[in-house]
Design a protein around this ligand. Structure first.
Ligand code: UDP
Length: 335
């Protein structure tokens, strides 16, 4: 049985990926510092799969603890989610982001190199493309200057990994996520709402639940189908499965370069208004909204060309927007 380290494995995408890894017969060990989640996610994972994953409460900024972990655990691969992800916060606290997302990455990679662990999956983001000149976005689209320190950590992360893969035996795949949404069908794990949501779907869901009065839609004068901005929303369970496909590619030696990049989206763009309407249709709940000014740093439209992931990883998103939004609502109702 292959043993996989999942950093940030109690977080939103991490927990869903742990479930899929266990479903595929992998042994999982989780590192998490519980900075943006709670320990009961471990029990929720266990109740979904019937297997309790090993868990180490480690802060990856603690270099000695990371070193100690790799001495003690003999892992076959690493899926690295652990990172801070609030775009707005990153603008005000850039050093926190560079330390949490970059320093820690170098520690993990160093231990992998020193302990001959060569298979690495990295959480990257479509944010590296900025507003792409052509839609849908292919992996060969040029990367653009980052709009925030958070975005910069994803770009820098890719560069650090690529450079390491050139100089060592590291084999890496960076998955460039589009917009992950939704929750596991059991509604036992999902995106934990902490404070006022910054992302669209948690805000929509909380408005429907009466926790928020009114959704502000940021701009209706974009050059899109109805003037609201367009994104590619991907169900978190589909996204989790993309990690398994990427990991299998590395473990089976099917990779074509030491560092590869794949877009992970559905290939379909949806406007903010389409999201609201689809949510109402899927759940029967009304969402109060008003149109306000554009949000600084937002782009007009981003959606993926997923041909490379489809053909090379043998992976394709299967769950549609309606299913994803219904699962997000079920998760909210379960809170
Ligand atoms: N959005 C919105 N109101 C909100 C949150 C988001 O209109 O309260 C819009 C945002 O302008 C963007 C889309 O919803 O066009 C997705 O935003 P999100 O923050 O979820 O993801 P992003 O694509 O910005 O990473």
């Amino acid at each position: 049985m292959k043993k996989i380290l999942v950093t940030g494995g109690l977080g939103y995408i991490g927990s869903h990926t742990v479930v899929e890894l266990q479903n595929e017969g992998y042994e999982v060990v989780i590192i998490d510092n519980l900075s943006n989640t709670t320990i009961d996610v471990l029990d929720k994972i266990t109740s979904i799969t019937g297997i309790k994953p090993a868990f180490e409460e480690i802060d990856l900024k603690n270099k000695e603890a990371v070193k100690h972990f790799f001495k003690y655990y003999d892992v076959d691969g690493v899926i690295h989610f652990a990172a801070s992800k609030a775009v707005g916060e990153s603008v005000h606290e850039p050093l926190k982001y560079y330390e949490n997302n970059i320093t820690t990455l170098t520690y993990v990679l160093q231990e992998m190199v020193d302990n001959s662990v060569s298979n690495f999956i990295f959480s990257s983001s479509c944010t590296v493309y900025g507003q792409a000149d052509e839609l849908p976005i292919t992996e060969s689209a040029p990367t653009k200057p980052a709009e925030s320190p958070y975005g910069a950590t994803k770009k820098m992360g890719e560069i650090i990994i690529e450079d390491t893969s050139k100089a060592t035996d590291l084999k890496a795949i960076a998955l460039r996520y589009f917009n992950p949404i939704g929750a596991h069908e059991t509604a036992k794990i999902g995106e934990l709402p902490i404070g006022v949501p910054q992302n669209l779907i948690p805000y929509v869901v909380q408005t429907a639940a009466g926790i928020r009065e009114c959704l502000s839609i940021f701009g209706d004068d974009y050059d899109t189908v109805d003037g609201t901005a367009v994104r590619d929303y991907i169900h978190v369970v589909d996204l989790a499965k993309a990690h398994i496909a990427a990991l299998n590619r590395l473990l089976n030696g099917e990779n074509k370069a030491n560092c590869e990049y794949f877009n992970i989206g559905t290939g379909t763009g949806s406007s903010v208004l389409e999201v609201v309407n689809t949510f109402e249709k899927a759940t029967g709940k009304k969402v109060n909204y008003k149109i306000v000014d554009r949000r600084e740093g937002d782009i007009t439209a981003a959606y993926a060309n997923t041909d490379l992931a489809n053909n090379e990883l043998g992976w394709k998103a299967k769950l549609n927007l309606e299913t994803a939004l219904a699962s997000a609502w079920k998760w909210q109702e379960n809170q």
